[in-house]
Design a protein around this ligand. Structure first.
Ligand code: WT7
Length: 657
């Protein structure tokens, strides 16, 4: 933290970038901020009218009468798919490439806007034929594919609410989401291909549907990707290519209120149960479009590449909706950054002449490592001169990784947008504007125009710059979370807590603003949420999974810093049968890792496992997690342990397996 605050390298936007930029100076940025300050409703109304096609224009901008259940543009009607596809075809972009899809094995297929529109219409018609209506929930459990995007857009077209579940989640995680969201259909694939290996999808869906509570599922639609052998249940399962075969290439969109839910995306919180983050149509889409223009400075000739998966919010905003809504050409990648070798990203940038590249710090760090002793996969072995802008997302980017990215990938010529945001915010919140903001490595710099981000203390009072605190947003913004599906109380408690006065949006991160520049630096989560490789994991989720194992009596989960993944998951376990040692301990540690992998998904597998006869507790029986964090880091405990009931336990917990 100290080192970060003392970072004094400043990188100014390059002159030729500034020339054509959407926001070409700090004056232009300040002007937009001032416009929002002066007339908040007017600012958002202007942008919503300029950027979205409204079937029926809205008459009211922001409705705060049921705060914090804010409503934006509510009496306006629109359709997200229409705004992404029809609009562009009508503008004459029908023959423009919408998607350059590169498969795991390097095969490339391009789709134009006209083709995309036709494919989405066919799929939308097929869904309607199955009886799926506006407001119904559809689970999408697919890998990265044109078909995955078609499935999402087809739902949007008919007003069905999609809930994409990342293809790495287990049958149990999938079933929990199917049940919570009350889905009536699942769209999936036979298998997915990653790094040359087929991995199951349909088999997992089949298993999920046997776990109970999924009786509402009437249809399972399967995209044939690998041709792998899968069972098809008659009357329930159908192939995607069959259901679209005879459908019309036109489909009247469902005109929905701007407040109609576009999607629900589950994310981890402070309890064992994931939260179904509910987003709107109009406000969400507006911000996806504006951030494409402001943060990514998108231009008609750009080749935009966001490496995220459609299973995360980044894939929703910056693959499925944002790039298409601005008529861009984007790269969609099925595979992994290390196959066939760790030069895959650089090779693809060179091959497709990508101009904007948006990825996660964890990927950058692993590629730094992989190329440190292998010239062939180092970015300098590729022609990356097409790039003009880089982006980073998902976790703090450390200054070393920032510098490497800037110099080796961006050729010291491309600005880096370090975009801070969350599943709940719908789009970027704090980020440099590449044609305006001087960049300081490790800082996400300043809030975007219209975003009233601030730092407060535990009572909700502003803290001065230079003093750390809690990151909040003071006013509602169009793309904010609307609700937690099925749990409005949790929505209010999680995001608008009484302790802070009930009106501030609580992001869940700590932050500090620089004394001189007022730039924000994110200091990490302040709740029981870990960030592992840019993926959010609740410690409580992993704890409840562990204690569900028949061997386990008690478990506590904390994070520790990790060079590659940002944070690593460390678990402390008390077994029912006493503390195992030697090979026994190793065997059980592996068993528990696999258990978590099976129950939640491989992304939740603990890195370190430690066994004790007990956990360090206070006399009242409270687990002292701060001590566990110190042990997890491998450091000596220098803190006060006088309230600890059982200090002898600490010695046992030192051994990590
Ligand atoms: C959490 C949100 C944003 C889409 C992908 C992750 C952390 C995200 C940054 C950044 C520092 C960041 C925060 C945030 N985070 N971006 N640029 N700098 N931290 O979405 O899974 O909802 O996670 O990721 O801790 O709260 P998510």
């Amino acid at each position: 933290m100290e080192a970060l605050m003392q970072e004094n390298r400043v990188f100014h936007p390059p002159a030729d970038f500034v020339k054509g930029a959407a926001i070409p100076s700090m004056e232009a940025y300040n002007k937009l901020c001032a416009e929002a300050e002066k007339d908040y409703d007017g600012f958002w109304a202007r942008l919503a009218n300029e950027n979205i096609y409204w079937k029926k224009p809205f008459t009211k901008v922001l409705d705060e009468s049921k705060a914090p259940f804010y409503k934006w543009f509510e009496d306006g009607t629109t359709n997200a798919s229409y705004n992404c596809l029809d609009i562009n075809v009508e503008k004459g972009l029908g023959n423009k490439t919408a998607i350059i899809f590169e498969a795991d094995d390097g095969t490339v297929s391009n789709v134009t806007y006209q083709e995309m529109l036709e494919r989405v219409c066919k799929m939308a018609n097929a869904l309607r034929k199955m009886g799926i209506k506006s407001g119904d929930r559809v689970i999408i459990y697919m890998s990265m594919s044109i078909e995955g995007i078609v499935a999402m857009q087809a739902c949007a077209r008919i007003g069905a609410i999609h809930s994409v579940v990342f293809g790495g989640f287990s049958a149990k995680s999938l079933q929990e989401r199917i049940v919570d969201v009350g889905a009536c259909a699942v769209i999936t694939g036979d298998e997915q291909l990653r790094g040359g290996k087929p991995l199951p999808l349909k088999v997992i869906v089949d298993e999920a549907l046997t776990l109970g509570g999924c009786e509402k599922i009437k249809n399972v639609i399967v995209y044939k990707r690998t041709g792998g052998n899968v069972a098809m249940t008659a009357g329930r399962d159908s192939w995607m290519h069959d259901v679209v075969a005879n459908e019309s290439t036109t489909c009247e969109p469902e005109w929905v209120s701007a407040e109609h839910p576009l999607f629900i995306l589950y994310t981890s919180g402070s309890t064992g149960k994931p939260k179904g983050v509910q987003h709107s149509t109009g406000g969400y889409l507006l911000w996806a479009i504006l951030t494409m223009k402001w943060t990514f400075d998108i231009k008609p000739e750009d080749i935009f590449w966001c490496t995220a998966d459609i299973g995360w919010v980044t894939g929703h905003s910056y693959i499925t909706y944002g790039p298409l809504a601005v008529g861009a050409t984007e790269i969609v990648f099925e595979g992994v950054p290390t196959f066939p070798n760790a030069g895959r990203f650089w090779h693809m940038i060179q091959k497709h002449k990508a101009t904007i590249f948006y990825t996660a710090p964890t990927a950058i760090r692993s590629l730094i490592k992989a190329s440190s002793n292998d010239e062939a996969v180092h970015p300098k072995s590729y022609d990356l001169s097409s790039l003009r802008l880089l982006g980073s997302v998902g976790e703090p980017i450390n200054p070393e990784a920032w510098m490497w990215y800037y110099e080796n990938v961006g050729g010291s010529r491309c600005p880096i947008a370090d975009t801070f945001w969350q599943t709940e915010t719908g789009g970027h919140m704090i980020s440099p504007l590449p044609g305006a903001t001087p960049m300081i490595p490790g800082s996400c710099t300043l809030p975007l125009p219209g975003i009233m981000a601030a730092i407060v203390d535990e009572a909700g009072a502003d803290v001065p710059n230079g003093q750390g605190g809690i990151l909040v947003v003071k006013r509602p913004w169009p793309s904010m979370i609307r609700n937690i599906w099925n749990d409005p109380d949790r929505f209010v408690k999680s995001y608008f807590p009484e302790e802070l006065g009930g009106t501030l949006y609580l992001a869940g991160d700590g932050a500090i603003r620089n004394k001189d520049t007022a730039y924000f630096t994110i200091t990490g989560r302040i709740d029981d949420v870990l960030n592992v490789s840019g993926h959010r994991m609740g410690t409580m989720e992993i704890e409840s999974c562990l204690v569900a194992n028949p061997l386990v009596a008690e478990a506590a989960v904390v994070g520790r810093p990790d060079e590659l993944t940002g944070e690593a998951i460390c678990v402390f376990v008390v077994l029912k049968g006493g503390r195992p040692t030697g090979d026994d301990a190793k065997k059980i540690a592996t068993e528990l890792r696999n258990w978590v992998g099976k129950q939640i998904g491989p992304i939740a597998k603990p890195k370190d496992v430690r066994f004790g006869d007990n956990l360090p507790k206070t006399r009242s029986g409270k687990i002292m997690r701060r001590l566990l964090r110190v042990i997890a880091k491998g450091e000596e405990i220098t803190q006060d342990t006088s309230t600890l009931e059982n200090p002898a336990i600490l010695e046992q917990l030192k051994e990590a397996l």
